[in-house]
Design a protein around this ligand. Structure first.
Ligand code: C2E
Ligand code: MG
Ligand code: MG
Ligand code: MG
Length: 283
C-alpha cells in the first residue's frame, strides 16, 4: 500500500526533521527571553597600537550564556536573531551596555579607550538606527568618539546611496566607523573614497596566511596602503603569531587584535587589563 509506505517513510524521516525544526523553534523562544533574563553578555578584545604596544581600544563581542547549553558564540545565534528581527533589541542592548560600561570605567578613573560594536545588516538599514544611537549617547552622556561602529562591505554596497546617507548621519553624531572583515567583500574603491569611514579592519583570513602565502601578504599590504592613502587607520584582525606581527610592523599597519595579545575577555578580566595598563603607563 502506498499509504503504508508513506506511513513508514513518515516514521523514518519525520522524527529527525522534527528535532531540527523543534530545536530551531526552541532556540528562537529561548533567544526571545534571553535579553529579559540577562543571559547576554559582552566580551572585550583589546586593540593594540603596533608602535607603542598600548591598548588603544577594544571590540565588544556578544555571547549568550544559555542556562542549559552553556556559552554560545555569536555565530550560532546572530544569524537567527537577524532572521527573526530579534537583532534589533539585541543590537540596542549591545550599544547601551557598551556605553554604560565605558561610563563605569570612567567613574573608576581608567584612561578611556573607544569601544567598537558590530552592527548587523538589519540594524544598519533600520530607520530608527540614528535616533536609537542618539538617544543612547544622550542617556549615558558618553562622548560620541568613544563609540565605534563596525560595518561590513556587503552592508554598505547593497544600496550605496542609502548607506552613504546613513554613514553621513552616524558621522555627524560623532561616532567613528570601521569596515570589518575588509578584503572579503566587494567594495568599490571609488565609493570608499566617499564614505566617511575612519578605519579598515583587514580580515583574519589574510592575516593567518601572510607568512606562507604571498598573495595573502600582497592583499594585506595593499589594504594597508589603501587605508593610508585615504587617510584611514589600518587594523589587523586575528593576529596569532610573532611572525604575523613582524610582517604587519614592516607594512606600517597601525594596530592589531588577536589571540597573540589576548582573546576576547570577560568584562572583569578586561577591566583588570585596563588597570594594569594605567599603572604601567602612569608617570
Ligand atoms: P568579527 O567582528 O570579525 O569578530 C572577530 C572574531 O574573531 C571574534 O569571534 C573573535 O573572537 C575572533 N578572533 C579574535 N582574534 C582571533 C584570533 O587571533 N584567531 C581567531 N581564530 N579568531 C580570533 P566571535 O566573538 O565568535 O564573533 C564572531 C562574529 O560574530 C564577529 O566577527 C561579528 O561579525 C559577530 N558578532 C559578534 N558580536 C556581535 C554583536 O554584538 N552584534 C552583531 N551584529 N554581530 C556580532
Ligand atoms: Mg568586528
Ligand atoms: Mg572582523
Ligand atoms: Mg573577520
Amino acid at each position: 500500500y502506498q499509504a503504508k509506505e508513506e506511513g513508514n517513510a513518515f516514521r523514518l524521516y519525520a522524527p529527525e526533521m522534527n528535532i531540527v525544526v523543534h530545536e530551531a523553534m526552541e532556540m528562537e523562544t529561548d533567544l526571545r527571553r534571553a535579553l529579559d533574563r540577562g543571559e547576554l553578555l559582552l566580551h572585550y578584545q583589546p586593540k593594540i597600537d603596533l608602535d607603542s604596544g598600548k591598548i588603544t581600544g577594544a571590540e565588544a563581542l556578544v555571547r549568550w550564556q544559555h542556562p542549559v547549553r552553556g556559552m554560545i558564540a555569536p555565530g550560532m545565534f546572530i544569524p537567527l536573531a537577524e532572521e527573526t528581527g530579534l537583532i534589533l533589541p539585541i543590537g540596542e542592548w549591545v550599544l547601551e551596555n557598551i556605553c554604560l560600561q565605558i561610563k563605569s570605567w570612567q567613574t573608576q578613573g581608567f584612561p578611556l579607550v573607544p569601544i567598537a560594536a558590530n552592527l548587523s545588516a538589519r540594524q544598519f538599514r533600520n530607520d530608527e538606527l540614528i535616533a536609537t544611537i542618539q538617544r543612547i549617547l544622550q542617556d549615558t552622556g558618553l562622548p560620541p568618539h568613544l563609540l565605534e561602529l563596525e560595518l561590513t562591505e556587503s552592508m554598505i554596497m547593497r544600496n550605496v546611496q542609502t548607506a552613504a546617507e546613513t554613514m553621513q548621519e552616524l558621522n555627524a553624531l560623532g561616532v567613528s566607523l570601521a569596515l570589518d572583515d575588509f578584503g572579503t567583500g566587494y567594495s568599490s574603491l571609488n565609493y570608499l573614497r566617499r564614505f566617511p569611514v575612519d578605519c579598515l579592519k583587514i580580515d583574519r583570513s589574510f592575516i593567518s596566511d601572510v607568512a606562507d602565502d604571498p598573495s595573502a601578504a600582497a592583499v594585506a599590504t595593499s589594504i594597508i596602503a589603501i587605508a593610508h592613502s585615504l587617510g584611514l587607520q589600518a587594523v589587523a584582525e586575528g593576529v596569532e603569531t610573532e611572525e604575523q606581527l613582524e610582517f604587519l610592523r614592516q607594512c606600517a599597519c597601525d594596530s592589531y587584535q588577536g589571540y597573540l595579545y589576548s582573546a576576547p575577555l570577560a568584562v572583569e578580566e578586561f577591566t583588570a587589563m585596563l588597570r594594569q595598563e594605567s599603572t604601567r603607563t602612569a608617570p
